[in-house]
Design a protein. Structure first.
Length: 172
């Protein structure tokens, strides 16, 4: 079983999160108070659907360019090439979001990363990395189904395909 702690998270939980909804107005810059409220709201949503507790803690939220995030991800996993489609990372209790993060358009990205934060602080264990992602994608998909309009959902149906990819630990 894989234990989600320190170095493992730094190396393996820097994750790729799909970001299919595009367009709209530029990202809104959130104040510290607004960010705290948004994080607390989404943590409560996740806690209501999982056995996890935030224990009154919140992750540190950082913002980086997508290029910087890709470089961070590549370094953590020892990759030669830098991926360009990183839209959220969780790294040892911190969440890194792109500088163009929009709290409405991209809420599901934050939910996905908050699942990893809760996995981390609760010391969750999984049979493989695919199971770690499966839980985060399943909750992300549930959040989308509850909170995203039917019209916008059509552009996010790819999430179901991704969820299927992370369903089992076999052949990993």
């Amino acid at each position: 079983m894989i234990k989600l702690v320190g170095a493992f998270l730094a190396l393996c939980l820097a994750l790729l999160t799909l970001h299919p909804v595009q367009g709209g107005s530029p990202a809104k810059v959130l104040s510290k108070k607004e960010t705290g409220h948004l994080v607390a709201t989404h943590l409560r949503w996740i806690e209501g659907r999982t056995p996890y507790s935030s224990y009154g803690k919140a992750p540190r939220i950082m913002f980086e360019s997508k290029r910087q995030m890709g470089e961070r991800y590549a370094r953590a996993l020892g990759m030669a090439e830098t991926p360009e489609s990183i839209h959220g990372l969780h790294e040892a209790g911190a969440i890194i979001l792109p500088t163009d993060f929009d709290p409405v358009r991209d809420a599901y990205v934050l939910v996905h990363e908050l699942v990893h934060f809760l996995q981390y602080i609760n010391g969750a264990t999984f049979a493989c990395a695919a199971a770690i992602e499966a839980e985060a994608y399943a909750l992300q998909f549930e959040f989308i189904m509850e909170n995203v309009s039917e019209e916008e959902r059509d552009s996010i149906n790819i999430m179901y395909v991704v969820l299927q990819k992370y369903r089992t630990c076999e052949s990993r």
